[in-house]
Write a protein that binds this ligand. Structure first.
Ligand code: ADQ
Length: 489
């Protein structure tokens, strides 16, 4: 166990994800402004403090010139970020195409949009080639910065080809891969033309992680059914090499939220919100504007609730905060217009000259405003059609110590497995069920609310993002150590 004894107290961790945790905005030929980006992966990994971490990824901009690239690399280095420069064509084919148009809907059981189906089928191969090329570019940057002993942690469906590229560079590199989305049933994965190549590449990693046991099971089934490999309780075995496969449910930095509630600016926000909605119960939805989040379905369920419960019409308000993402993808533009149309119709139907039942904001909120909103909410509505985990549900629970509001949660979010006992679980496709749950939540007696909240609060404050990352990395270290011991025997 010399290797363990020799481990420095802070292990170097190379986090590799498609996007860096910051977005870069060009301000001049050689000057850049950096802004923290919104999203689940960023939220989770910002809470990771145990390692000397560096983040490798794309900064979200096309930087064709060398001066710009050099200046951006320098600016990012101060944030311990290392850029991968992708040109517009690659981004179009790899990111918008293969990642967002093919893998994302497939992994969330949504299928391709009808009108795009044939076009996507035709362009499939070129998009997959771009995907592999982009993954190779990530591998080149990792390889350039890798030092012996580093742990390389690859994230998400954008980088399924990366473990293989990294191991080809250096078979001794410690490589873990974690998927933030669901891994679908093997019957769904089978339909992907590149199904085998992707699975084989992921299996090149030493450790493969998912949010839930079900996703891990689906992955192992895909490997056994599609590749004909052997699934074991530890993972997947391929010609004597074991790839460990396990569930590592993510969490949040709950203390950061709990502490924020004491800050004067958050208290001030809370006071304003309480005054503004003093005569109404507050219901809240916070989502990236994405089809997987079930935003139109949620709003239709709220409409049904108002239709069937006229006595509640002037006593409840739904605040829906939806930060637009992937705005250049037509499907997402359509979703934005659809949501606006439904909200407009419902506000026209149930609104008065002085109040409307739905406030819809198409933008990101800053951290303090978000905490205040979570804290004053009576009922949170998380109705994802599918969601790897869903951190909004965790954030809401962390901010509810005094109010003990109710969480209505989709049974198709990974979070249903951890917060299921405290939340009201719903099938988001069944708007009658969601409407009835809204009524149940608004009328829930305080002792039931307290019991349910306590259950979830205990979970959220003990299963943190810090613990998630530490568990994953220590499992990766152990897996490699065991493999070394096995080969010595
Ligand atoms: P996301 O799909 O981005 O993450 P989620 O887990 O809910 O989903 O995280 C969203 C994050 O963005 C939260 O931290 C939330 O506070 C923030 N956010 C969302 N809307 C916002 C707004 N309008 N203003 C400010 N902040 C906003 C992916 C997977 C999830 C998985 C995570 C982590 O799709 O299933 O839980 O990764 O693995």
């Amino acid at each position: 166990f010399e290797w363990l004894d020799g481990r420095p107290s802070k292990q170097r961790l190379l986090v590799v994800a498609n996007r860096l945790p910051v977005s870069a905005i060009r301000k001049g030929e050689d000057s850049w402004q950096l802004e923290v980006s919104v999203g689940g992966l960023v939220t989770a990994l910002l809470g990771v403090k145990e390692f000397e971490a560096r983040w490798i990824g794309w900064a979200g901009v096309n930087v064709p010139d060398e001066i710009g690239q050099r200046a951006l690399t320098k600016a990012l280095a101060e944030k311990r970020c290392i850029p991968v420069f992708l040109d517009e064509e690659i981004v179009h084919q790899y990111y918008n195409g293969y990642c967002n148009n093919i893998l994302w809907p497939l992994f969330h059981y949504l299928g391709l949009p009808q009108e795009d189906r044939l076009a996507t089928t035709r362009s499939f191969q070129s998009q997959f080639d771009a995907y592999k090329k982009a993954n190779q570019m990530f591998a080149d940057v990792v390889n350039e910065h890798y030092e012996e002993g580093d742990v390389v942690w690859c994230h998400d469906y954008h980088l399924m080809f990366l473990p293989k590229c990294l191991k080809e560079y250096n078979s001794k590199m410690k490589v873990g891969w974690f998927l933030h989305t669901p891994f679908p049933s093997s019957e769904i994965h089978r339909t992907l033309p590149s199904r085998s190549e992707l699975l084989r590449s992921v299996l090149a990693a030493d450790l493969v992680g998912f949010h839930t046991y079900d996703y891990a099971r689906h992955f192992v089934s895909a490997c056994t059914r599609i590749l004909g490999l052997e699934g074991t309780p530890e993972g997947v075995e391929n010609q004597g090499k074991l790839t460990r496969v396990a569930a590592f449910p993510i969490g949040i930095d709950s203390d950061r939220f709990i502490r924020a509630l004491e800050l004067p600016q958050v208290q001030e926000h809370m006071k304003e919100l309480k005054e503004r909605f003093s005569d109404r119960k507050v219901m809240l939805g916070v989502d990236r504007l994405d089809m997987i989040k079930g935003i139109p379905q949620k709003i239709l369920a709220f409409e049904k609730f108002l239709e069937e419960n006229p006595n509640w019409r002037d006593k409840v308000v739904l605040l829906q905060i939806a930060v637009p993402t992937r705005t250049d993808v037509p499907e997402y533009q359509k979703l934005t217009s659809q949501v606006h149309e439904i909200v407009g119709r419902i506000n026209g139907k149930f609104g008065t000259l002085t109040a409307v039942p739905i406030h819809h904001l198409d933008r990101s909120l800053d951290f303090h405003a978000l905490c205040a909103l979570y804290a004053v909410t009576d009922v949170a509505l998380v109705t994802s059609l599918r969601d790897g985990m869903n951190l909004v549900s965790y954030e809401f629970v962390a901010c509810q110590a005094s109010k003990k509001g109710v969480l209505i949660l989709s049974e198709f979010a990974g979070a249903a497995q951890s917060l299921g006992a405290g939340a009201i679980l719903v099938n988001p496709w069944n708007i009658t069920e969601v409407a009835n749950s809204i009524g149940y939540a608004l009328n829930m007696p305080p002792d039931e609310r307290e019991k349910r909240h306590w259950h979830n609060f205990m979970h959220v404050t003990t299963h943190t993002s810090q613990e998630w990352a530490e568990t994953f990395v220590s499992e990766l270290n152990d897996t490699i150590l065991e493999a070394q011991l096995r080969t010595k025997q």
